[in-house]
Design a protein around this ligand. Structure first.
Ligand code: ZN
Ligand code: ZN
Length: 282
């Protein structure tokens, strides 16, 4: 009897061992998950590893204005993107479409008087190509077309008129590369193939086919001569999604204009009376 019990116990013990063997989670092979930047090749079942983590692939090794140093595999970033020149200078920037702001300029007939224009940037149109301009859009670019509209309706404008503003186009990010943008443009009269191009860097890539055009300007007085509405259309060809074009407004008669005319970089002259509108596609 005693012998029989012993045999049974051994048999049970053997079965137990065999069962543990069959249930070994990776007996038929590990379930490998490929190595990543930070983890080696790893079994998702038992956690076994093989080899080493790949390490990050810093394809954007030099940060640009939009991107910090970035791993091309996992998109981890290090540090910050380059700081825009306008931000470095601490210059205030408007971005809101249709926001009205008052801008004071001298009157036309009596420069000692001023008039307050109510300005707004408005009517943004985005065009992947623009047949009206007679120019095929280059691959990777789009046209932004918008209006700078102003209403003058105070007492001084009806008595003395207005002198309007001086506009300057600049690149928000890399202003010293593109200090003063803009070509006067008359649809149908200006040969777009020959207008000046400028280059912006977007996501680390240079786009040399950018165009900035000061287009049609109109101003209309009401019959009584008390209110004038002016409208200036601006055309910009830039990389799709680029948000770095600035249109600055400088009061006529301001010494900012004298400095620019004397050869100073516009960004170095702008004062806190200037309005800098940053064209951000909605
Ligand atoms: Zn495993
Ligand atoms: Zn990585």
């Amino acid at each position: 009897m005693k012998r029989r019990i012993l045999i049974t116990i051994i048999a049970v013990g053997m079965i137990a061992t065999l069962t543990a063997c069959a249930k070994g989670p990776c007996k038929a092979g590990h379930t490998w998950v490929e190595a990543t930047c930070t983890e080696p090749k790893t079994c998702s079942v038992c956690g076994a590893t093989e080899g080493e983590a790949l390490g990050h692939d810093w394809s954007v090794n030099t940060p640009n204005f939009q991107q910090a140093k970035t791993c091309s595999r996992c998109n981890e970033t290090q540090g910050d993107p380059l700081e825009a020149e306008f931000a470095k200078k601490g210059l205030a920037v408007e971005t809101e479409w249709d926001k009205e702001f008052t801008f004071t300029t001298p009157c036309y007939n009596d420069k000692s008087k001023t008039t307050n224009g109510k300005y707004r940037f408005s009517n943004l149109r985005i065009a992947a190509s623009d047949d009206a301009l007679g120019l095929e859009t280059a691959q990777g670019y789009e046209w932004l077309i918008f209006d700078l509209i102003c209403r003058y309706d105070d007492e001084n404008v009806s008595k003395y008129g207005y002198t309007g503003v001086f506009n300057a186009g600049m690149d928000y990010y890399d202003t010293y590369r593109n200090p003063d943008l803009g070509t006067m443009f008359e649809p149908g009269k200006t040969d777009l193939e020959t207008v000046d191009r400028f280059t912006v860097n977007y996501n680390g890539e240079d786009y040399p086919e950018c165009i900035f055009l000061w287009g049609e300007y109109t101003d209309e007085w009401n019959v009584e001569g008390t209110t004038c509405i002016s409208q200036h259309t601006i055309y910009i060809r830039i990389p799709t999604g680029y948000d770095g074009i600035i249109v600055s407004m400088i009061a006529n008669g301001s010494d900012v204009i004298d400095k620019i005319n004397a050869g100073e970089m516009p960004i170095d002259c702008l004062d806190d009376k200037c309005v800098n509108f940053r064209v951000v596609p909605e």
